[in-house]
Every structure is written in structure tokens, then in C-alpha cells.
Design a protein around this ligand. Structure first.
Ligand code: AMP
Length: 214
């Protein structure tokens, strides 16, 4: 099964993808994670993307389409994948349609996580992750048992994303409404959109998703 997670920043796309990865054996493909890895490595691609990401804008369609195209060719995608943060513009969605057809993949569902804007600001500005094992935490909703120490692996290497500050989050939300939300219409025409109420607790969202995925 191959799915797309659609929804504004902070809607829970990455959180739900990580949970479902274990249950359904689909691999999470996050263009944001891939771009952050390029920035951290200091590659040419990372250098090109860094300033745009820090401003809350979108990097070029060409660049992300290229990244996803080579990632989907890897063996672990054959058992199914969840696209998280891609496509983010209508031209990306159109390029993905062609790419999937060429590579012989089907798209089963577009899972649209619907969340109001205001709660998203608090969700994003309070979040941090363990830099060693990737476990996610939140200042209000999910504090580690011992402050600054990861419950899962014991590391004290906690990290916050450079773009998780209020100003950048507002720009990211604007980019979502202007450039990404029109994708709902694109996939609506294909009968693939499954709306999900993302305003509820993490496990309730997971249950809604499992009902759709079967
Ligand atoms: P994310 O981790 O999905 O919130 O992405 C972080 C940032 O990476 C975004 O704010 C964009 O600057 C960039 N980015 C990630 N995916 C895409 C994409 N599909 N198209 C354009 N920019 C992207």
C-alpha cells in the first residue's frame, strides 16, 4: 500500500507515519528529513535549501522531485511507502503522478489530516526530539520523565528544529494554505482523499487512520 500524508505543519504527519510504519510495514519518506540531512551534511543541495527552509518557504519543485524519485527506487519502498511532506505543490503532485506511473506504483490513499491553525503554533513551537534515537517530545504534551533525558535511549542530546519558531511557523502555515492545500482538489478528482480529524489525541488519530487503511 502506498499513501500520501497531507496536512499543515504540526498536523501529526510524521508522528502518525512513524506509528503506522511498524503496523503496516510501509516506509516513511519525509522530504523535510531528507533535506535536513543534506543541510547537516553541508552538501550542495543542502546549501541550496538551507536559507529557504529557515525562512519557512518551499524549496524548488525540481529539487524535491529529484530527491523523491531516487529515494522511491530503493528496495525498501517495494513493500509500500508513506509520503510525508511531499507533494507540497500542484506541480509536485503532477510530477508524482507521472513518476509513480513510470515506476509501476499505485497510490491507494491521500490521508488529509485536518487541524485548525492556532493549535498548530503551540504544537510546533513546543516540540523537540532526541538527536540520537529520534524519539519526539513536547514541552506541554509529552515531557520526558527526567528533564532533558530521553526516556527511550537515555541520551541528553535533545534537539529543536531551527524552523520551529513562531515567526517561521506562521510563514510555513501560509505556504501550506497558498501552495499545498490546492493539492486536495488535485487528488479529490482522482477519488483518493480521505479526510481525518487531526484535532484529537494521537491514538484517536491513529484509530481513524487504521479504519481507513484496514
Ligand atoms: P517538514 O519537515 O515537512 O516540515 O519540511 C521542512 C521544510 O523543508 C519546509 O518548510 C520546506 O522549506 C522544506 N520542504 C520539505 N518538503 C518540501 C517539499 N515537498 N517541497 C518544498 N519544500 C519542502
Amino acid at each position: 500500500m502506498n499513501v500520501i500524508f497531507l496536512g499543515p505543519p504540526g498536523a501529526g504527519k510524521g508522528t502518525q507515519a512513524k506509528i503506522l510504519e511498524e503496523t503496516y510495514g510501509m516506509v516513511q519518506l519525509s522530504t523535510g528529513d531528507m533535506l535536513r540531512a543534506e543541510v547537516a551534511a553541508g552538501s550542495d543541495l543542502g546549501k541550496e535549501a538551507k536559507a529557504v527552509m529557515e525562512s519557512g518557504g518551499l524549496v524548488s519543485d525540481e529539487l524535491v522531485i529529484g530527491i523523491i524519485s531516487s529515494r522511491i527506487d530503493q528496495d525498501d519502498c517495494k513493500g509500500g511507502f508513506m509520503l510525508d511532506g511531499f507533494p507540497r505543490t500542484v506541480p509536485q503532485a503532477e510530477a508524482l503522478d507521472v513518476m509513480l506511473k513510470d515506476k509501476g506504483f499505485n497510490l491507494d490513499h491521500v490521508l488529509e489530516l485536518q487541524v485548525d491553525d492556532e493549535p498548530l503554533i503551540g504544537r510546533i513551537t513546543g516540540r523537540f526530539t532526541c538527536g540520537d534515537c529520534g524519539e519526539g517530545y513536547h514541552d506541554m504534551f509529552k515531557k520526558p520523565a527526567k528533564e532533558g533525558v530521553c526516556d527511550k535511549c537515555g541520551s541528553s542530546n535533545m534537539k529543536r528544529r531551527a524552523d520551529d519558531n513562531e515567526e517561521t511557523v506562521r510563514a510555513r502555515l501560509q505556504a501550506y494554505h497558498d501552495q499545498t492545500a490546492p493539492i486536495v482538489g488535485h487528488y479529490g478528482k482522482q477519488g483518493l482523499v480521505r479526510p481525518v480529524d487531526g484535532n484529537t489525541a494521537i491514538d484517536e488519530v491513529t484509530n481513524q487512520l487504521k479504519t481507513i487503511l484496514g
